[in-house]
Write a protein that binds this ligand. Structure first.
Ligand code: SAH
Ligand code: SF4
Length: 357
């Protein structure tokens, strides 16, 4: 059965063309799937019963199943989702007033193998399908009860979105029916062909790059993918990346004690970014003794000094507080806990907050 979920309005219309009697019916179906987030064809009460039956016979509204939800004191909710083949992935919702940021996974593991990342430690997974990607959004929006005015989506959950561009592209088309591309961020470890693919999209989401080190040598040590896509090539591709007016590239920088947290590293980072409209998001490492032995988060003073140095260099910087840590709320944790029976570190780190000082 072909899924209608994870597809754009025009793709849905095309799929159901032979089933509906009149073209406006196709638009109605798309509206139910995309705007009203229907879970069953039975809900589509303005369609004739026979048509609903026929749609249900030929198509599905597939989405992952909610296996576990963990609510945090600060309002963020972390979801462990079970896919049809039994694989599990995570997604997180982080409300802030009437706004909510939804963190989605693009793969069920990650082959990129960054040394500071629990998903990387769990190893390669598989690409999620468009319905599994968009299904995370559908589930969370429904779970929030519809009282959100504005949704932001970040692909900062499990996996490397730019190693799943085919399904990501289809999913983005569907998501952009209800969420502006200005409110969707794709985060990458720096997969060059994927960045070029993104640059060529007619409607582009925002780009975030996990930089994490200011030079080739150290980046290679913690992000082995840097050997394949060297830092100078990555920076050149980012300089060439088409940015609409007012848009900037976000650079994520996971701060690891003694490894990349010196003020000189902040200076080197600022030099690296010169000339690129950018903002820096400093993310103190989420520790995980089981999966990431020996890696520590710097103390608060070091974090503040690092951020201050970047700001002094004239760049915009935010420090991400890890929200939801009372329930181990970052992506990778629930699944990591399943794998090892211990709470682990993360991924989907909540909304950026202005850095102190
Ligand atoms: N694969 C993509 C998107 C998922 S990772 C990427 O790497 O960008 C999302 C973010 O989580 C990345 O910026 C990554 O650097 C960060 N991250 C991974 N492990 C982390 C940890 N243990 N502590 C803090 N941030 C982490
Ligand atoms: Fe994969 Fe991103 Fe984790 Fe690296 S940081 S292992 S690319 S999920």
């Amino acid at each position: 059965m072909k899924p209608l979920t994870g597809r754009s309005a025009s793709a849905i219309s095309e799929l159901v063309r032979d089933v509906v009697d009149r073209p406006f019916r196709a638009r109605q179906v798309a509206l139910w799937v995309l705007q009203r987030n229907a879970r069953s064809f039975d809900e589509m009460t303005d369609l004739p019963k026979a048509l609903r039956r026929e749609l249900a016979r030929r198509f599905s509204l597939h989405e992952p199943e909610m296996a576990e939800v963990v609510a945090s004191l600060d309002g963020s909710r972390k979801y462990l989702l079970r896919l049809a083949d039994g694989t599990t992935v995570e997604a997180v919702s982080m409300p802030e007033g009437q706004k909510v940021t939804l963190c989605l996974s693009s793969q069920s593991g990650c082959a990129v193998g960054c040394t500071f990342c629990v998903t990387g430690a769990l190893g390669a997974g598989r690409n999620l399908t468009p319905e599994e990607i968009v299904g995370q959004y559908r589930l969370m929006v429904r779970d929030l009860g519809g009282d959100v005015e504005r949704v932001n989506i970040v692909f900062m959950g499990m996996g490397e979105p730019l190693l799943n561009t085919t399904h990501l592209g289809t999913a983005l088309e569907a998501l952009m029916e209800t969420v502006s591309p200005k409110r969707i961020t794709v985060s990458t470890a720096g997969i060059l062909p994927g960045i070029r693919w993104l640059a060529g999209l007619p409607r582009r989401p925002l780009l975030a790059v996990s930089l994490n080190a200011p030079d080739q040598e150290r980046r290679e040590a913690i992000m082995p993918i840097t050997r394949r896509y060297p830092l100078p090539d990555l920076m050149a591709a980012l300089r060439a990346f088409p940015l609409e007016r007012g848009r900037r590239i976000t650079f994520e920088y996971v701060l690891i004690r003694g490894l990349n947290d010196a003020p000189e590293d902040a200076g080197a980072l600022a030099r690296l970014l010169r000339g690129i409209p950018s903002k820096v998001n400093v993310i103190p490492l989420n520790e995980d003794p089981d999966h990431l032995p020996g890696l520590r988060r710097p103390d608060d003073g070091t974090i503040d000094r690092f951020a201050a140095r970047i700001r002094d260099e004239g760049l915009t910087v935010t420090v991400r507080r890890s929200r939801g840590s009372d329930v181990a709320a970052a992506c990778g944790q629930l699944k990591g806990r399943q794998a090892s029976r211990s709470a682990t570190a993360d991924h989907c780190l909540p909304a950026a907050s202005p850095s102190r000082r």
